[in-house]
Design a protein around this ligand. Sequence first.
Ligand code: P53
Length: 475
Amino acid sequence: MAGLRKDFLWGGAVAANQLEGGFQDGGKGLSVADVMAAGANGVEREITDGIVAGKNYPNHEAIDFYHRYKDDVKLFADLGLNCFRTSIAWTRIFPNGDETEPNEAGLQFYDDLFDELHKYGIEPVITLSHFEMPYHLVKTYGGWRSRKLIDFYVRYATTVFKRFKGKVHYWMTFNEINNQTGLNKFALFTNSGILVRPDEDAAEVMYQAGHYEVVASALAVQIGHEIDPTNQIGCMVAMGPTYPATTDPKDALKAMREMQRNYWFADVQVKGKYPSWLVQYQKDHFNLDITLEDLDVLKEGTVDYIGFSYYASHVVKASENEPVSYVDPLHTKGVANDKLERSDWGWEIDPIGLRVALNWFAERYDKPMFIVENGLGAIDTPDAAGHVHDPYRIDYLKKHIEQMKLAVEVDGVDLMGYTPWGFIDLVSAGTGQMDKRYGMIYVDKNDAGEGSLERSKKDSFYWYRNVIKTNGEEL
Ligand code: P53
């Protein structure tokens, strides 16, 4: 067995809005993340109309990486990372999103950050848009409902491709672009800056916004390659394989359709065209603005690799009155998997599902893959000396890396790297909590926003350092 590539990218993943803070520093504009108040376990985050006094907006300060990045990068180097996945906050570069000239202070911040990373031999892996589009674009243009967003995004992408040429080689266009296929409020807002109005059909709005996004993504891929042919530009989708609940063929069809429905974004970004079921579905149900020119753009802007997050798998069961098309997500109720345990937040823990995912992508797309998120959100309790012992996290990561290695060594999948999510504690996207922790580095701050923000190493830090050092041989 060959083992992992010698140049395997071992890293950690974060997103600008969830760790930087400094939400008004250096001329930064408001992003969608800045108007989301904190929720709690099982309590949705409130999306407010602008910033409302008295509410707790956890992303405003986050873990203050904006001011502490030099010390933090030193810690990342100590952990032994050879890559670091973060995003560029679009609102640091174009504070409102529709300016013609970028904000120099924002560009300078990332120049300095990337230089600091390279000082330690850490390669940045950059998401262009990770749940942080300019709020002004939401208010003025209705978010990605508007075709104008393509131009704004392309201007932003072109600016950063040019500025960071030679400093950044790995890119992804949109984080978890497919979350919105479930039509839930949180995802439509974070992916597309859309709050569905009562007179709108959520599915139609999503397919239209999603179309403009895949066109923007394809244009960015083309431009990114022109600016630097060595750029590796990927898509990024949230992956959770869907299993049928029973041996009933209707459940098999349902599960298959769920996969098709959830991964059409990747189909378009990787293959350069819409899958046939979706062409038919869109024709039957909606009146969308999709031009022949757009379809050419999609063909010319296919991605170099598949970036994906993996946390959990899902199970579905067909219902009595299942629609013939099997496409309606509002009709789909997940079924609990009685073979799996769940995290405290109800996410089903399924290491084998990661092997399933890697094989599924390999067969469907035949492109290199990059696991850019994986991890366990858990409550950590420091001991009397302030140290966090987190065997549960080590156990989760170890079992997932084992399955990842089987997919590479036994199944022969082409895997570029692995960057566990939130390896330094940060703000949860889904709940806005600090106490839902994924980190190997503890950050002293709680859900109420109290704490010294001091960093300390958890047991998992030392464990992961050795995993990296042995290129995954010692788990
Ligand atoms: P949190 C939902 C389902 C799967 C992944 O999530 C998700 C979400 C959104 O909550 O998001 C990704 O923080 C995302 C990260 C996020 C991470 O998973 O809700 O790319 O921004 O923090 C974990 O526990």
